[in-house]
Design a protein. Structure first.
Length: 182
């Protein structure tokens, strides 16, 4: 994430507030939303413990409205429930990991509605969903400007992909050096 001091930052699906904590190193205009009230409580505790101020809201991303943001960060639910079904018996894991409550197309609609014209969206996802992500992004006029694959040293395939999107015309994607988690 590239965040400037004056940037207003939104974390969609903030969970424990980890991305907000990182963003707080650069900006103090932080907003986090999560569908789970328990996640908002956890984020509030985590941010308070680290002396970070943020506005936190227990709301579905599809129902959240605010002034446009300079930056949006998001670690969305990454399993397509229609393809693999619900494999989590735990409700909290189901909401966090399966796109039943926030499908990718609805997430990009939220990005489109909540980002400034020159703003940037940062997202982490599963590499296997990359073709779908790029297709949906294109439908909402988002272009990928940066990408980085994340590998676990014990696995052959990438475990995550970090993406940055902007609205408008972008002809090239900057592919950054892979990162290996040890």
């Amino acid at each position: 994430m590239e965040i400037n001091k004056k940037d207003r930052v939104l974390d969609i699906g903030c969970n424990n507030g980890a991305l907000l904590l990182y963003a707080s190193q650069y900006s103090h205009q932080l907003v986090g939303i999560d569908i789970l009230e328990e996640a908002i409580v956890l984020a509030r505790e985590n941010l308070t413990m680290n002396n970070v101020q943020a506005q936190l809201y227990n709301v579905k991303a599809q129902d959240f409205n605010d002034e446009p943001f300079d930056k949006i960060v998001c670690n969305p639910p990454y399993f397509n429930t229609k393809e693999i079904g619900n494999k989590n018996m735990n409700y909290f894991l189901e909401v966090a990991r399966h796109d039943k409550y926030l499908p990718l197309d609805e997430l990009f609609e939220c990005f489109k509605r909540l980002i400034k014209d020159n703003g940037t969206v940062y997202m982490v996802h599963r590499p296997s969903y990359l073709p779908m992500i790029l297709d949906i992004a294109k439908n909402y006029k988002f272009k990928c400007i940066k990408m980085k694959m994340i590998y676990d040293e014990n696995k052959q395939e990438a475990v995550s992909v970090l993406l940055a999107f902007k609205i408008g015309k972008v002809d090239l994607i900057k592919v950054e050096r892979d990162e290996i988690i040890r």
